[in-house]
Design a protein around this ligand. Structure first.
Ligand code: SAH
Ligand code: SF4
Ligand code: F3S
Length: 405
C-alpha cells in the first residue's frame, strides 16, 4: 500500500489562521490600498501548477496579484534547478530586485522552489543576498502564510528547507493562469534517479494523489471552461503505484467525464509506458493524440549510464506500437547532448533514432552537470566546443523533421 502523504487537515487549518493574521497586519500596514504581490515562475509545468496554488494562498492573505515586481509589496520567485542556465537566470533576476528593496524597505522578497531545496544554493542566498527575507523549499509550500506572518511580525529573515519523503497538501486554493488550458497535477516527486537529473533530490519521493481528488478537480476545471486539461507528473506512467488505480484506469475515469475538452499528460517515461496504456489511449475519445516520450539518447551505452531503464530497441518497439494503435499520434521527445563520456559515435546513434522516429518536435538540451547527481561525478572528457558542434548538428536535423503534417 502507498504511504499516506497527506498533510493533516488540522495543519492546513492552522495555515488558514495564519492567512487571516497576515490579512489583518497588511490592512493595518496599507490602510488606503490593497497590498500587491508578484510571483514569477521558472521551470516546468509542475512548477507553474505549484505557483497556481501559491497564488491561491497569496490571494487568501489579502494580496492583489500584479504583473511587475516594481510596485509589489511581496515578490516571490518560484525557481528551477534542472540546468545551470536556469539557476544563473534566477541569481541574475534576484540581483535586480535589490534596487527595489533599497527604495522600499517594507518590500518582502521571497524565493522558493527546486533551487532552494539545495543546501548550497540556500546558503549562498543566506550569505550573499541579505535583501531576501524569506526562503523555503519544495516540501513546505503550503506553509506560506505561516512564513509571511513570521517575516511581518519579527522583521527577521526566515529560512525553511525542511526535507521529507514528500507531502501532498489537498484543498489548497488555486488561481489558474489559464482556465481554457488547465494544469492538473496527479502526482509529485520522482523515484527514477536518472543519473543526470536533480529532480528526485529536490522534489522528494514519488507520490500520487487520490483518484477521487483528481476527478473532483477535473470536473471543476471542465466546469470552469477548460478545453484542454494537462495531467502533470514527472513520470505519469507510474501513477498510482501501491494503489489499485493505475494511470490507464485514471485516464479511463477522466475520459468518462462529460464536456467538450481534450486531455494531455506529461511526462511519460518510456520504461513505464505499457501496451495497456497505449491501448487505453487509442480508445479514448478525449485524448489529444499527442505523446511526449523523452528518449534522451539513441545509444544503449549512454542510456545505461543515464539509468533510463530501457534500450534503444525497446523504445523503438514502443514507438512502433503507438504508431500502429494511434496512427494520427503526434510524437515529441527530449534529447540530451554531451552526457559524460558520450562519443561522436554515440551521438550519431541519437541522430539516427531521430531520423527513424520522425518526431513532430523535440526539446534539446546540452548536458548540464548538477551537483549531487551521479553523472556529476562521472568523467566528462568532451569539450564545450565539441558539445556545441554536436548540438548545432542536432538542431539542423530537428529543422529537417519539424512539423511534417
Ligand atoms: N520527468 C521528465 C523530465 C523532467 S526534466 C522526464 O523524465 O522526461 C525535463 C528534461 O530536462 C529532461 O527530459 C531532460 O531532457 C532535461 N534535463 C534534465 N536534467 C538535465 C541536465 N542535467 N542537463 C541537461 N538536460 C537535462
Ligand atoms: Fe528526472 Fe528521470 Fe525523474 Fe524525469 S524521470 S524527473 S529525468 S529523474
Ligand atoms: Fe525545474 Fe523543478 Fe521542474 S528542477 S524542471 S522546476 S521539477
Amino acid at each position: 500500500m502507498q504511504k499516506n502523504f497527506l498533510v493533516p487537515k488540522e495543519q492546513l487549518d492552522i495555515q488558514d489562521e495564519y492567512a487571516k493574521k497576515v490579512k489583518t497586519i497588511l490592512s493595518a500596514r496599507y490602510p488606503d490600498r490593497k497590498p500587491k504581490a508578484y510571483i514569477h515562475t521558472y521551470g516546468c509545468q509542475g512548477n507553474v501548477s505549484d505557483s497556481e496554488r501559491l497564488k491561491g494562498l497569496i490571494v487568501k492573505m489579502g494580496y492583489e496579484l500584479v504583473n511587475t515586481p516594481k510596485y509589489a509589496d511581496f515578490v516571490l520567485y518560484n525557481t528551477c534547478a534542472v540546468r545551470e542556465h536556469a539557476e544563473d537566470r534566477v541569481f541574475g533576476n534576484v540581483g535586480t530586485l535589490k534596487k527595489y528593496k533599497t527604495e522600499r524597505r517594507d518590500m518582502i522578497i521571497a524565493l522558493c522552489g527546486c533551487m532552494m531545496q539545495q543546501r548550497h544554493v540556500a546558503e549562498k542566498i543566506k550569505n550573499s543576498y541579505p535583501f531576501v527575507s524569506l526562503v523555503f523549499g519544495t516540501h513546505v509550500s503550503h506553509r506560506l502564510p505561516e512564513f509571511v506572518n513570521r517575516v511581518l511580525c519579527t522583521n527577521k529573515r526566515v529560512f525553511d528547507f525542511t526535507d521529507s519523503d514528500g507531502i501532498i497538501a489537498e484543498g489548497l486554493p488555486v488561481v489558474r493562469g489559464d482556465n481554457e488550458n488547465a494544469f492538473l497535477p496527479i502526482m509529485y516527486g520522482c523515484d527514477n534517479f536518472c543519473s543526470y537529473c536533480i529532480v528526485p533530490y529536490v522534489r522528494g519521493r514519488e507520490r500520487s494523489r487520490n483518484p477521487r481528488d483528481i476527478i473532483l478537480e477535473a470536473i471543476n476545471i471542465i466546469d470552469g471552461g477548460a478545453k484542454l486539461i494537462t495531467l502533470l507528473g514527472q513520470n505519469v506512467n507510474s501513477y498510482g503505484k501501491g494503489t489499485d488505480t493505475d494511470f490507464s484506469d485514471l485516464l479511463r475515469l477522466i475520459d468518462g467525464l462529460s464536456g467538450d475538452f481534450e486531455f494531455d499528460f506529461m511526462t511519460s517515461h518510456p520504461k513505464d509506458c505499457s501496451k495497456k496504456l497505449i491501448d487505453t489511449l487509442s480508445q479514448s475519445s478525449h485524448y489529444c493524440r499527442r505523446l511526449h516520450l523523452p528518449v534522451q539518447s539513441g545509444s544503449d551505452r549512454i542510456l545505461k549510464l543515464m539509468n533510463r531503464g530501457y534500450t534503444r530497441d525497446e523504445y523503438l518497439t514502443l514507438i512502433d506500437y503507438a504508431k500502429n494503435k494511434i496512427p494520427d499520434v503526434s510524437l515529441t521527445t527530449d534529447i540530451i547532448v554531451g552526457f559524460p563520456s558520450e562519443t561522436y559515435e554515440d551521438f550519431r546513434k541519437t541522430l539516427s533514432l531521430i531520423e527513424e522516429v520522425k518526431y513532430d518536435s523535440m526539446f534539446t538540451f546540452i548536458y548540464s552537470p548538477r551537483k549531487g547527481t551521479k553523472a556529476f561525478y562521472m568523467d566528462d572528457h568532451v569539450s564545450k566546443e565539441e558539445k556545441s558542434k554536436w548540438f548545432q548538428e542536432l538542431l539542423a536535423v530537428q529543422e529537417k523533421y519539424k512539423i511534417r503534417r
